[in-house]
Design a protein around this ligand. Structure first.
Ligand code: MSP
Length: 605
């Protein structure tokens, strides 16, 4: 007696149900269940959709400060958003359904001071550094649909309108603000969050307990936002939507913060002190606080204050680093509620990259330049590394050897080697997707017979790869892209084991006994590779394209709706069987250790 497990994939990234699709049937054979399996197949045409799939989704990265050049931490924020967004496009291919914004945060004291230090006008510094971010993102294949700069006129309109709404709703008042301000972090700090550290001259200087950045005492009349009124609404929002902030520890942390008192928030500065920003409407003596200015970028991009923005808000997923959680999970939702709008749909939070165990900083001189990493490890290689090694709920350490080791073992040897083993001329002389023989590999395990060649481990492989898309969907849904990649990598290893076990290079195409099994081994391995290539598209778009093209998978066969794994095993026609493979375009991912050795040598001389 066998048991069937039928797995359904549902679109889960944004919590909406999507296309139901039977993905796997494992271990078994009861006729009545097999019939229901067939029904599921026939009732789910390729690309089947439901209404929810047509819903829009809007992804955002934080907007990046332009006080310094981009580093790998910034690229990581953008890559996480890019992978989520690309994954969503695989599920919902309609271009109109997904929007993805990034940009630069150009106002505030931090930028004003950085420009003064560099001897540049603030606008000049902004132009230079914003261009560096744009270039980096182009080079790193960040597939954003919008790039916003907060110095654009459209943004000033949006911010001043937003301010007007808060004012009209009685949420802004003028009052005396006195306390610590940290220009590097652009935030106000209570005494309890300030400590003293020896400065350059040996004197004790006040610094932020969290970031270690210097703070200064501020006493001035400002506009103040009635943040304290929003403590309970924020608690209700978060308790009612446990997935609002992902991963869970960050959701929990915000609820903990909300247990404490939530003081009102100063949302403007004296223009004489901060001139580089957006003036308060009707009061030029005050400049709008840079965080209020920056957060509104998410609305500017979608056309606020024009009504068109409503078709994108609040279907929003913000991707942010943990250092800016308070601004996105407390200030921003409170400001939105204050303006009569809903909080964002999801906030995905990631941790930080350190370098050889240390925080990255200009003063330590250990900032890793992402562009040289893209050059050295290739765009897809470096994207894969950051997303495979980056764990959202804890900090990750960067060092070069780690990149080389990971890429050589997972992309060059395991994945590239597997592709090579199944497509090389000597093993696949016809250069086609060979036929699958159901007698050699019956869908019912445990059968014995002279032509049955599949073993128990082979059924385990089929089951693992069949359930992989669902696992990957769940990992994306939980913002665990590294786990999605780990799952793919583990299946790649298993597929290599399958090929190794059956050693197709020892089988002979000319032998009527060997040939059907040889074709089946290659067919199964190519089907596995097709699944891997499809699922890797959000992370390594060019490499996945190269892989799928080599398999002869056309552009319209690469979506998740088309991902029927091994249909012949389930008694269905396989559109790839007998198809010519794509042309040979060299190694999928050349090993790096050779070129690294050369690079290190070049460095030394
Ligand atoms: N300008 C604000 C964001 C405003 S959004 C309305 C800001 N800018 S930032 O340039 O300092 O940071 C941008 C993103 O880069 C943040 O998500 C931050 O967490 C991320 N990172 C900065 N350093 C990082 C690491 N060392 N590692 C990973 N990400 C890090 O904050």
């Amino acid at each position: 007696m066998y048991i069937y497990h039928i797995f359904f994939i549902h679109s889960s990234l944004d919590g909406h149900l999507g296309c139901f699709q039977v993905l796997a049937i494992v271990n078994n054979a009861a006729t009545n269940i097999r019939d229901s399996r067939l029904r599921h197949y026939s009732s789910c045409p390729l690309g089947a959709r439901d209404d929810a799939q047509d819903a829009r989704a809007y992804f955002t990265t934080p907007i990046f400060y332009v006080n310094a050049a981009p580093h790998i931490g910034h690229l990581y924020s953008a890559l996480l958003a890019d992978a989520l967004c690309r994954y969503r496009r695989l599920r919902v291919p309609s271009a109109a359904a997904t929007r993805f914004s990034t940009g630069t945060d150009e106002h505030g004291l931090k930028i004003q001071q950085a420009a003064a230090t560099a001897g540049l006008a603030p606008a000049e510094l902004c132009d230079q550094v914003s261009a560096q971010f744009q270039q980096l993102f182009r080079e790193a294949s960040i597939s954003s649909t919008d790039f916003i700069r907060t110095t654009e006129a459209r943004h000033r309109v949006a911010v001043q309108h937003f301010w007007g709404v808060l004012k009209a709703r009685g949420l802004l008042y003028k009052g005396l603000y006195e306390g610590w301000y940290c220009a590097s972090d652009e935030c106000f700090l209570p005494e309890a969050k300030v400590t003293r550290q020896p400065g350059p001259s040996g004197d004790l200087c006040p610094v932020s307990l969290e970031s270690g950045h210097p703070v200064s005492w501020t006493k001035e009349e400002n506009y103040i936002f009635r943040l304290s009124q929003f403590r309970e609404p924020l608690q209700r929002w978060l308790r009612g939507d446990p997935r609002a902030i992902t991963p869970e520890p960050f959701h929990h942390a915000v609820l903990q913060w909300l247990e404490e008192e939530l003081p009102d928030l100063s949302v403007s500065r004296r223009s004489s002190h901060l001139h580089w920003g957006i003036p308060v409407p009707g009061d030029d003596s005050q400049t709008i606080y840079v965080w209020l200015d920056a957060l509104v970028n998410y609305l500017t991009v979608i056309g606020y204050p024009n009504a068109e923005f409503k078709s994108w808000w609040p279907t929003t997923s913000h991707i942010i680093g943990k250092d800016i959680l308070k601004f996105h999970a407390i200030y921003w939702p409170a400001l939105l509620l204050g303006a009569g709008m809903s909080p964002p749909h999801r906030i995905y939070v990631h941790s930080h990259w350190t370098v050889c165990g240390q925080k990255m900083s200009k003063s330590l001189g250990n900032v890793v330049d992402p562009r040289s990493c893209l050059d050295r490890y290739t765009v897809d290689g470096f994207r894969y590394f950051l997303l495979r090694q980056g764990v959202p709920h804890w900090d990750c350490d960067y060092y070069d050897e780690k990149v080389v080791k990971l890429l050589d073992s997972e992309l060059a040897d395991a994945l590239g080697g597997l592709l090579n083993r199944c497509t090389a001329k000597r093993i696949n002389p016809s250069g086609t997707y060979p036929a699958f023989c159901t007698t050699c590999f019956p869908s019912e395990p445990g059968l014995v017979g002279p032509s049955v060649r599949a073993q128990a481990e082979d059924y385990a492989l089929v089951s693992a790869v069949a359930t992989l898309p669902k696992q990957v969907a769940d990992h994306y849904d939980n913002f665990q892209i590294y786990k999605a990649l780990e799952a793919v990598s583990s299946c790649v290893r298993q597929t290599n084991g399958f090929v190794q076990r059956h050693a197709p290079w020892k089988l002979n195409w000319q032998s009527p006994v060997d040939a059907p099994w040889l074709g089946t081994v290659l067919h199964v391995a190519l089907e596995c590779l097709r699944v891997f290539g499809t699922l890797l598209q959000p992370v390594t778009p060019s490499l996945a394209d190269k892989l799928l093209s080599r398999l002869g998978v056309s552009a319209t066969e690469r979506g998740l709706g088309e991902l029927y794994f091994l249909p012949r095993f389930h008694g269905h026609p396989c559109p790839f069987e007998g198809r010519r493979l794509g042309s040979e375009t060299g190694l999928l991912f050349p090993r790096l250790d050779q070129s690294r050795a050369w690079l290190l040598k070049a460095h030394r001389t």
